[in-house]
Design a protein around this ligand. Structure first.
Ligand code: ZN
Length: 237
């Protein structure tokens, strides 16, 4: 699922961070950030290493693209969702396991496993250890150290700001408010079926970031599912 996010260093008001393209909600990326910091054991080293990269996936893989195995490229963008599941799962059983915690029906998972692209990814992994070695289903952005996302120009749904001074993770989510006149060019009367369409068709006229919670890195592991739900309840202001 394309849910954008940022893992950043700083504090609530000023931060600089790296982008994450998919599954950025707390129960996925939030927990991942927590686990990664715990595995590091050294918060200052985590801070230094994170900002060497332009993307969370690149950081986790030390610059080796998990989709094609190439090194030295900028952040990878996949054009097909399956790629990520195969990258994580590696085998049919592995992919099934990956889906176990997610709200998909067994029928959906079996269908997904037998899509032509899935077969291709599986064969590529067996052959090369990577699902898309020829970069057919993903592309790389140019590698630039300045590819960072900052508090001055936020553009993402979930933000995890690691504060090395207070030793906390500040979890923020994007909020929107619908106000003012509808934007005509976005208005598609035929598609106005429910409130969600109405909001979509007006455009997100006003948005801002709000703190969902602050997690103490020396405390016990938080309930990331709860944080996810709390953040979802704050989407409008
Ligand atoms: Zn790649």
């Amino acid at each position: 699922m394309t849910t954008h996010g940022v893992v950043a260093i700083g504090n609530k008001n000023r931060w600089v961070g790296v982008y994450n393209q998919q599954d950025s909600f707390p129960s996925c990326l939030g927990e991942d950030v927590w686990d990664t910091i715990k595995e590091y054991g050294n918060l200052n080293k985590f801070v230094r290493d994170l900002l060497k990269y332009d993307d969370w996936i690149n950081f986790l893989n030390k610059g080796v693209c998990p989709y094609c195995g190439k090194k030295g490229f900028g952040r990878p963008y996949n054009k097909i969702g399956f790629l990520r599941e195969w990258t994580k799962g590696k085998t049919e059983d592995g992919v099934r396991k990956y889906f176990e915690d997610l709200p998909y029906s067994p029928e959906y998972i079996e269908k997904f496993l037998h899509e032509p692209e899935s077969i291709e990814f599986r064969d590529n992994i067996e052959r090369t250890n990577y699902p898309d070695p020829e970069c057919k289903y993903h592309k790389h952005e140019k590698l630039r150290r300045t590819n960072k996302i900052t508090s001055e120009r936020p553009s993402n749904e979930w933000i995890y700001v690691v504060d090395p001074i207070t030793k906390q993770i500040i979890v923020m989510t994007g909020q929107y408010r619908v106000s003012g006149k509808p934007i005509r060019r976005l208005l598609d009367i035929d598609r106005l079926t429910d409130d969600e369409d109405w909001i979509w068709n007006q455009g997100f006229i006003d948005n801002r970031y709000a703190v969902v919670t602050v997690v103490d890195l020396n405390g016990k592991k938080p309930d990331w599912n709860k944080i996810h739900h709390d953040g979802d309840d704050m989407k409008e202001f």
